[in-house]
Every structure is written in structure tokens, then in C-alpha cells.
Design a binder for this molecule. Structure first.
Ligand SMILES: [Ca+2]
Length: 486
């Protein structure tokens, strides 16, 4: 029997069914069931699946344009977090937040890191992989890295995945090149593989299964950082044909989501067939919103912006340890919460100065109190800072007009040291999904929220990470005039 849960978008004017989650009654009856008694004392395995640039609406149950049966299944059997946030509006910062449980601004990852650039995840940061490895976990990173030079470049001497706690690494420094098809830039534990035939999501999943085949019986942490659907997209022609009624660019993109889902399905089937599903926590999310507006399901803006279209992403957790009977959780959570959550589940004391809060109480159906509001900082677009407090999102604007391209330069560094807010926007996201009704001028909490976000900006400004040898000048790649003013 199938029971349909339909969540009606509070913004009926968008005439959009945001969520249609199937819940099988059998899975409801099984909530709270424990696995085999032999597994009770065994620490759970962890698989974190991260898409690259997949929007909130790319999940079929939200947007309805794609076919994501495997992610649907994961959400049906687990929990869908409906207010789940990336740690940043683009790749490197968001991955930094996932790996450290801290705001990327605190760690100095202010933007995407281009190749041959000093920006990297500093060695002194304790990563999720290091914490789990210390607890006896086998650890693997498979897919996109984007936290520093890969492999080692003596000119920069950035920590490699093994120095950040990963026993095994297969992947790319940044995007799959020349596209997802037949990539030439994969490395395995520091060794270049040259041309690898096939599509990158399938290459990644095959390597996950190969690694799982040779692991010991110790618990494992598998971080799967897919390259899809980040440009440059390549999708199997048969999947593209399904969207032949659309412009080719859209068809290729949507097929890319479908293909990612198929690859995830292969890995889920493997876990099932090998008896690993019972004692494995599976999490899925994306590192930022889509660059394709239609993929963000009427959220405002796209990747690289701090409006929700840039940072709100699908969040799914499946685990037999889930004790709540909720299938959708509205409480705001995000990638920075993953490290403290897993630490609490596994029994690790987390580092002290985290920005994330463990959401284990939500999985247990218990009250959840966030220690610090979720916040985001991105100096390259306006607004430059955002903070979520309950249902409200306050955004602060310096109204910077200087073009600030990809490459983080000394000019950008000096700018962050002097940044100040000149204007604000405030939205009630419970009432205003698309952030259309700015409440700031008349809201009774405007002064307290303004004080909170200003204090957060001051903390970022006053604790700027001591990067050295940054490129001195802005490189004229993307003029800020080309950024859309939302
Ligand atoms: Ca990304």
C-alpha cells in the first residue's frame, strides 16, 4: 500500500507542487525497528553522497522535471530535510563546511579555488574523515575534491586527501575534464590515471564498489563527491532523448540528473545486496543551488548568490537508527551540521568552535536547539552575507560594485577586511518561499536581527584568515555588472 503525503506550498500563487513524497506503510511500520541484534553495538557505516550544483528542484519530488527514482526511494525510506542548506553558494566553500562543520569563512575558504592558487583547506583543520579515522573507520574520498591542489604541487604544498584523513582517494581536483564523458584528469592516491572511459558518475560509483569490495570489517566512511550536474555536462544520448521536447541544453542537464540518480541506484543496490544497508547511514545533498534557474523550483536566484536559490538544496538521510515518524523535516539544517551529527551518532567529541549543530535530536524525534544561527558569507555577489534565524532569513548588503572574479586576490582580501553593511533584506521563508516580500523596514525584530548579522560580519572581518602570497590584482574574468541584480 502506498500513502501519499502531499505538502502544499504556502505560496499557492506559484501553483507548484513542491513535494510529493511517497511513504510505504511498511516502511512506516518499520520505523523504530532495530537491525539485527549483532549490529546493535557496531558503529554504523557512513556514506555521504554529494551532487555538484544540483538544485532543490532537481529532486523529482520537488520539481517534477527529472526522474530520480533512487533518490525518491532514499527519501521514502528515510527523511527529507526540506530546509537544508549548503555551506556556501559555490563548490570549495561548501565542501569545506561539510568537511569541518564550520562556516567556510571561518576556515578562510572565501570562494571557489582556481587551479594553482594558495586557497585550500588548511592542514590544522580537523576534518570529518580524520575524526572518524581516529575512531577506527576506514575512509575513502571518491570524486571531486576542490579543497586544494590535487595531486601535490610542491609550489603550494597543499594537504592531500590522505593528510585530511582519507585512507583512499580517487578523483579530480575540480571538475571532470573535458566533460563527464571520458575524463582525463582523475588521480588515484596521487597517481594520474590519464583517460578513463565512461561517464564520471559511473566511474565514481564503480570505484566505490571496488573499494567496498576490498575493505575490512571495520566500519567505513565513504565520501562520494559526484561531478554531476556541474558544467561541462555530458549525458548518455538515450537519457537526453527523453527530453527531446526541450532545448538541447536543458535536455542534457535534466538527463544528467537522471544519470546521476541511476549511478546512485547502482551503489544503493550494491549496499543492499551486500547486507550493508542495515547498518549504514546514507546521506545525500548538493554543494550549492543550480546555475539553472528552472532547477531551483522558484527559489530566488541561482548558484553564487546567497538568496535561497544559491544555497538551499535537497537533504536526505536514511538510517535504521531514525526514530521519528516524520518523513519531512522543516527545521533548517545544513552541511555544517553533518560533522557534529555524525560525531554524536558515533560517539566522538567534536571540535569546539563549530558553526554546525548536531541534528541527531531531529532524527530521534526530540527537541532541537541550534547553537548558532546558520549563516553564509560570499563577498563576490550582493547581498554579501545571510543568516537564517527560525523562519526568517536576513541578508546584509555592502552594495559592492567592484567586479570580483573567480580568483581570490589581495584586493578581495583587503575588501573583506573593510566590508560593512549598508542595507538589509528580511524574509519570512515560511510565508514567502521565493523571497519576494522584503519585511525589513517594518519588522519588529529588525534591530535585533540586524545586530546579529552585523556581529557575524564583524567576526568574519576581524578574524580574516591569514592567507599569504595571494594574487595581487583582480583578474578580469567576470564583470560584476554581469551578475544579475535580484
Ligand atoms: Ca558546486
Amino acid at each position: 500500500m502506498i500513502l501519499f503525503f502531499k505538502k502544499i506550498n504556502s505560496q499557492e500563487s506559484h501553483s507548484m507542487n513542491r513535494i510529493l513524497i511517497f511513504v510505504s506503510l511498511t516502511s512506516l511500520f518499520c520505523l523504530g525497528c532495530n537491525g539485527p541484534s549483532s549490529n546493535k553495538s557496531k558503529r554504523p557505516n557512513i556514506v555521504f553522497l554529494l551532487a555538484d550544483d544540483m538544485g532543490y528542484g532537481d529532486f523529482e519530488k520537488i520539481g517534477g522535471s527529472t526522474k530520480t527514482p533512487n533518490l525518491n526511494r532514499l527519501a521514502e525510506e528515510g527523511i527529507f530535510f526540506d530546509n537544508f542548506y549548503a555551506a556556501g553558494p559555490n563548490c570549495s566553500p561548501s565542501r569545506t563546511g561539510l568537511m569541518t562543520g564550520k562556516s567556510p569563512a571561518k576556515v578562510g575558504m572565501y570562494s571557489y579555488r582556481p587551479p594553482r592558487h594558495p586557497l585550500h583547506l588548511p592542514n590544522q583543520e580537523e576534518t570529518l574523515a580524520e575524526l572518524l579515522k581516529r575512531k577506527g573507520y576506514q575512509t575513502a574520498h571518491i570524486g571531486k575534491w576542490h579543497l586544494g591542489e590535487l595531486t601535490q604541487n610542491p609550489e603550494f604544498n597543499h594537504p592531500q586527501p590522505y593528510e585530511h584523513g582519507f585512507d583512499y582517494s580517487l578523483g579530480t581536483e575540480n571538475n571532470a575534464k573535458p566533460s563527464h564523458l571520458n575524463p582525463i584528469n582523475f588521480f588515484r592516491n596521487g597517481k594520474a590515471l590519464g583517460l578513463v572511459k565512461g561517464y564520471s558518475c559511473q566511474i565514481v560509483v564503480q570505484d566505490c564498489m571496488d573499494w567496498l569490495n576490498q575493505k575490512s570489517n571495520d566500519p567505513f566512511f565513504l565520501y562520494v563527491a559526484f561531478h554531476e550536474p556541474h558544467a561541462k555536462v555530458a549525458s548518455p544520448p538515450k537519457l537526453v532523448e527523453k527530453y527531446a521536447n526541450l532545448p538541447l541544453k536543458d535536455a542534457k542537464y535534466l538527463a544528467n540528473i537522471d544519470h546521476l540518480d541511476i549511478a546512485i541506484g547502482r551503489l544503493l543496490d550494491y549496499l543492499e545486496e551486500h547486507g550493508l544497508m542495515e547498518n549504514t547511514i546514507i546521506m545525500f545533498s548538493s554543494d550549492n543551488g543550480s546555475y539553472r534557474l528552472a532547477s531551483n523550483a522558484n527559489l530566488k536566484a541561482v548558484k553564487s548568490y546567497l538568496y535561497d536559490g544559491g544555497i538551499r538544496v535537497p537533504g536526505i538521510v536514511k538510517w535504521t537508527g531514525i526514530k521519528t515518524n516524520k518523513k519531512i523535516i522543516d527545521t533548517p539544517t545544513g552541511l555544517v551540521d553533518v560533522l557534529p551529527t555524525l560525531c554524536e551518532i558515533v560517539g566522538i567529541d567534536p571540535p569546539n568552535d563549530l558553526d554546525g549543530t548536531s541534528f541527531l535530536p531531529l532524527l530521534r524525534g526530540k527537541p532541537f536547539i541550534r547553537k548558532r544561527p546558520l549563516y553564509w558569507f560570499f563577498y563576490r555577489t550582493v547581498p554579501e552575507i545571510a543568516m537564517r534565524v527560525g523562519n526568517h532569513m536576513i541578508l546584509g548588503k555592502d552594495k559592492d560594485t567592484i567586479p570580483r572574479p573567480h580568483q581570490f586576490s589581495q584586493d578581495d582580501y583587503d575588501y573583506i577586511k573593510s566590508i560593512s553593511l549598508k542595507d538589509y533584506e528580511l524574509y519570512d521563508l515560511h510565508q514567502d518561499f521565493s523571497q519576494e516580500n522584503d519585511l525589513f523596514d517594518t519588522h519588529p525584530k529588525k534591530d535585533s536581527l540586524k545586530a546579529l548579522i552585523e556581529a557575524q560580519l564583524a567576526e568574519i572581518r576581524n578574524n580574516i584568515y591569514p592567507w599569504k602570497e595571494l594574487p595581487l590584482k583582480l583578474q578580469p574574468r567576470k564583470n560584476k555588472k554581469n551578475w544579475v541584480q535580484y
